[in-house]
Design a protein around this ligand. Sequence first.
Ligand code: PLP
Length: 450
Amino acid sequence: MDKMIFYSTNLSAPEVDFEGALLGGIAPDKGLYMPRKMPRFEVDEITGMKEMSYSEVAFAVLRKVLCPGVDPGALMRICADAYNYEVPVERVYRGNFVMRLDRGPTASFKDFAARLMARLVQYFTGKQKKEITILTATSGDTGSAVAQAFFGLENIRVVVLFPRDEVSERQRRQMTTLGGNVTCVAVCGKFDDCQAMVKEAFCDDGLSGLNLSSANSINIGRLIPQMVYYFYGYSRVADKGEEIVFSVPSGNFGDIMGGLFAREMGLPVARFVAAVNENDEFVRFVETGSYSKIVPSKNCVSNAMNVGHPSNLSRLVALYGGQMDETGRIHKMPRMDDIRRDIFAVSVSDEETRDVIKRVYDEFKVVLEPHGAVGWRGLMRFREGFGDKGKVVCIETAHPAKFPDEIVKAIGVDVDVPLSISRVEGKDEKMDALGVDYLGFREYLVKKFL
Ligand SMILES: *Cc1c(COP(=O)(O)O)cnc(C)c1O
């Protein structure tokens, strides 16, 4: 087996191996790294996953992609260490399932990617004896998953920027109560401001001494681990070779890219439902073939999906033979008919989202939170259009206890709070405060770390 090669979606940067893509984050031409060619699984290999635990499936999938660049023994230990929690796949009714990716340390699906990515970064930087700084902007779930995942790792420092007034108290506490190698900065601005400051820092030669790297889903290291739960979910519900459907609540389209990569590797998926909230730029793109982003993005109850221009769209376009740059301009059209065949795109309003939380609870006693409810509404639309045959797995991306007010409003019951959330409740918080001002941020980084 040869090492996997990654190219930039902007097509003007040198190709790199996985280590280069992971530690580099974004390509020098501002494009995103994409695998040139995915390895394939035989049907029998996929059927064999039925008997495996989650971490065993992870090893089986990731070894095809990451070895020989990563030592297989080390990879096996990394998978076992990262995935030490449950991944429930529940039947809701007949062929309709929900896969709960909310049992990790910060109760969102972002733990799956962040925990593996952190360990791989440590694996490579440990070999190079190099100290690096992971700089990330968050609207809530990314920052906490990344901070928890990198907490306590040697030679890695984490700096998280978040909008002071836009993250929930529970999300904030999961970052600010850590200390150690995790530094939190509350920015008196919006998420977009935080992201702009982070992007500028990546392009700032004066900060090269920090060895900055990114942990947002622009990093391919975030997407590769997300292929695994599609294989796992498939192995829990499907018969040999059966084609199934996944419904994926989507914002930046990192989650669904993991699924599309899994399909490239031979996973029998008939279709993906891309379920978005009222930020419906992707749905309109699929319908009309012309793309325009939504600026500013709309604030919906599924707040982790309030994205007016999904950063992974350029990867999706590349997968279908097109080219889109980081601003959303299309230089070459992708094969739209193939996109329409593979992806059923659905936009879900806030009203429908709340209604679904109530209906699914009333009918099946299953509790969904707003993001999973968007996915479930996508599943329902799919059933309306394509009938009742076959199996659909809806991905639930966060724990309902992260959104207690919405749940109580919709179904009138309190949800149990998992330990991952309750244990940060009384702890001291540590954070610095900054305004929206790049030079101020730069000076802060220099004084504190250089
Ligand atoms: C980040 C997030 C999403 C969106 O995932 P993308 O990979 O950005 O499409 C959905 N739900 C929750 C709870 C999230 O934190």
